[in-house]
Design a protein around this ligand. Structure first.
Ligand SMILES: Nc1ncnc2c1ncn2[C@@H]1O[C@H](COP(=O)(O)OP(=O)(O)OP(=O)(O)O)[C@@H](O)[C@H]1O
Ligand SMILES: [Mg+2]
Length: 244
């Protein structure tokens, strides 16, 4: 089976700055990829290219063997900044239905697809609430439902747990894990401890792709307290990056 994502020598310039530099990687169906890297490292830019919102200056990108702009509803995208005016008087259901733009469905079908997505993320009872009245964690679920209602094969999420408390973060990770492997997941996050627990592989990006590694199915633990030891993983990643 062809990989869900194929990226070969992707280079992208913004304002005379090379933001992505010869990035190459592949991702097979059912994976859960964590993307880490410093601020300004190009993580959001990479996701926008995969979502078909930005075009590479050079290189080749394929999503399910198609150019990203043609992958359409096969890809769901939860951006870092939703750009949503929370004062706007719009219901959660209306926000989720927006994920079906461009699809030939009647009103009843749109509603039932959006309700199914809200069920999937666990906030169906909030469908008729105004989006601005939701908590941060509930709102993030609504945006995930919007990305899911087109029934994507690939879900791209850009820091969906930023600004959430630890319990809400954990709940989002558990939700994403429940979508995989049916849906391939790419998640940008600075939250390395959670990524180690949930992702099946990790990419470290700082304009260049520094490292791409499958994570062990059993978590890395510190001997003393049983917690995931992000320091060990980071140390291993950095050592390999230096060697490479
Ligand atoms: N619209 C734009 N015009 C010019 N430069 C841009 C634009 N958007 C992003 N950049 C630049 O591209 C680089 C990568 O930005 P990007 O948003 O992809 O980083 P990031 O890894 O997502 O960072 P963060 O962790 O802070 O979200 C940065 O130097 C940024 O200033
Ligand atoms: Mg970003």
């Amino acid at each position: 089976m062809a990989p869900v994502i194929e990226v070969e020598n992707l280079t992208l310039w913004r304002d005379r700055q090379k933001v992505l530099d010869e990035v190459s990687f592949q991702l097979s169906a059912g994976s859960f990829l964590g993307v880490i890297g410093p601020n300004g490292g190009g993580k959001s830019t990479l996701l926008k290219v995969l979502a078909g919102l930005l075009e590479a200056d050079s290189g080749r990108v394929r999503i399910l063997s198609l150019p990203p702009a043609q992958a359409g509803a096969r890809v769901g995208y939860v951006p870092q900044e939703t750009g949503f005016n929370l004062a706007f008087p719009i219901t959660v259901l209306d926000v989720v239905v927006m994920g079906l733009l461009g699809q030939k469905l009647n009103k009843a079908e749109r509603k039932s697809r959006a309700m199914a997505a809200l069920e999937r993320v666990g906030i169906a009872p909030l469908a008729s609430r105004r989006i601005g009245t939701l908590s941060g964690g509930e709102r993030q679920r609504a945006f995930i439902a919007r990305a899911l209602c087109g029934q994507p094969r690939l879900l791209l999420l850009d820091e969906p747990t930023a600004n959430l408390d630890p319990k809400a973060q954990e709940a989002i990770y558990t939700l994403l894990k429940s979508l995989q492997p049916e849906i391939t997941i790419v998640l940008v996050s600075h939250d390395i401890a959670h990524l180690i627990g949930y992702a099946s592989e990790v990419v470290a990006l700082n304009r260049r792709l520094l490292h791409h590694e499958a994570l062990p199915s059993e978590q890395i633990h510190c001997a003393q307290d049983g917690h995931v030891c992000e320091v060990e993983l980071l140390g291993a990643l950095l050592k390999k990056a230096e060697c490479g």
